[in-house]
Ligand binder design. Structure first.
Ligand code: GDP
Ligand code: K
Ligand code: MG
Length: 279
C-alpha cells in the first residue's frame, strides 16, 4: 500500500507550485466523486520514499460553508490520508494558520510547509521555525516552492512523521463554551455519536458552528442524541447572545485566532525594521 499525502492550504499559498515540484509529469486530473471540483493526484518518487500526492481544494476553513470545504473535509475523514502537508504563506502566517489549527483539532497528522520564505524575508519578517514547530507540536519546514528550496527536507519530515499518531489539538474557547463542550463530549462519547469519524470535542464544536453537514449526518444516525446536543447548543447560544452579545460561532473564530497569536507572540515571529530607512 502506498503512502498517501494530501496537500492542503489557503488559495495562493503555493499548493499547485509545490504539487508540480513534487510530482513533475506524474500527474492525473479528475473530479472528486459527484461534484465538479477538480482533483489532481500524482506520484512523488524521492530518496525519502514514494508517495501518492492528492491536491485538496484550496480553502480558508474546514466548516461546511462552501463546496470546497466540504470536499476537503470529506476526503480527509473518508480516505484518511497518512498525512496532510499544509502549505502556508510565511508572509501571512496568522491568517494561514487558521486552517492549520483546524486540521490539528480534527486530530489529523500535519506537516507544515512554511512557503514563501523569500517573500517573508523581503518584508523583514523573521520566523523562528524550530520554536513554531515546538509550540504547535508538528514538523515545520521552511520553503520556497517556486525554486524547489526545502523540498528534500519536507519529504524527509513527511517520511519521518508517517505512522506517528496525532492527538487532537485542544483550544480553550472560554469558560461558557468549554463548559458546554465538556457536557456535550460526555454525551457524544457515551452514545458513540459520530466518534467513528470525528473526535468528540470536534463534533460538539460543529453544533455551535451550526455545521449543516454534521447536523444532518448526526440526526440521521441518532436523532435522540442529536436532539440533546441541539438543546445544549441552543441554550448556550441564548445565554451568550444575552450576556455577551456574541454568537458562539464568532467566539470560536476569535478564540482560534487568540490561540494562534499566543503562539506567534512567544518569540516565533519578529518584524525587523529596515535600518537603512531609519538612518
Ligand atoms: P495555489 O493557489 O495554492 O495553488 O498557489 P500557486 O501554486 O498557484 O501559487 C500562487 C503564486 O505564488 C504563483 O504565482 C506562484 O508562482 C507563486 N509562488 C509559489 N510559491 C512561491 C514561493 O515560495 N515564493 C514566491 N515568491 N512565489 C511563490
Ligand atoms: K492560484
Ligand atoms: Mg492551485
Amino acid at each position: 500500500m502506498s503512502v498517501v499525502i494530501a496537500l492542503a492550504g489557503n488559495p495562493n499559498a503555493g499548493k499547485t507550485t509545490l504539487f508540480n515540484e513534487l510530482t513533475g509529469a506524474r500527474q492525473q486530473v479528475g473530479n472528486y466523486p459527484g461534484v465538479t471540483v477538480e482533483k489532481k493526484q500524482g506520484i512523488c518518487v524521492s530518496e525519502a520514499g514514494t508517495f501518492e500526492i492528492i491536491d485538496l481544494p484550496g480553502t480558508y476553513s474546514l466548516t461546511a460553508y462552501s463546496l470546497e470545504e466540504v470536499v476537503a473535509r470529506d476526503y480527509l475523514v473518508n480516505e484518511k490520508p497518512d498525512m496532510v502537508v499544509n502549505i502556508v504563506d510565511a508572509s501571512n502566517l496568522e491568517r494561514n494558520l487558521y486552517l492549520s489549527v483546524q486540521f490539528m483539532e480534527m486530530g489529523i497528522p500535519v506537516c507544515l510547509a512554511l512557503n514563501m520564505m523569500d517573500v517573508a524575508q523581503k518584508r523583514g519578517i523573521e520566523i523562528d521555525v524550530d520554536r513554531l514547530s515546538e509550540l504547535l507540536g508538528i514538523p515545520v519546514v521552511p520553503m520556497v516552492a517556486r525554486t524547489g528550496k526545502g523540498k528534500k527536507e519536507l519529504l524527509a519530515q513527511v517520511a519521518k512523521g508517517i505512522d506517528k499518531p496525532a492527538s487532537p489539538l485542544f483550544i480553550s474557547y472560554g469558560q461558557d463554551i468549554d463548559k458546554a463542550l465538556d457536557e456535550m463530549e460526555e454525551i457524544i462519547e457515551e452514545n458513540h455519536f459520530l466518534t467513528d469519524i470525528y473526535p468528540a470535542r470536534w463534533v460538539g464544536l460543529k453544533y455551535f458552528e451550526n455545521d449543516t453537514q454534521i447536523l444532518e449526518l448526526g440526526a440521521t444516525r441518532d436523532q435522540e442524541t442529536a436532539d440533546k446536543l441541539m438543546d445544549i447548543g441552543e441554550k448556550l447560544q441564548r445565554h451568550m447572545s444575552a450576556t455577551l452579545d456574541v454568537h458562539p460561532e464568532g467566539m470560536i473564530a476569535d478564540q482560534r485566532y487568540g490561540f494562534i497569536n499566543s503562539v506567534l507572540k512567544q518569540n516565533v515571529i519578529r518584524f525587523a525594521y529596515d535600518r537603512n530607512r531609519l538612518q
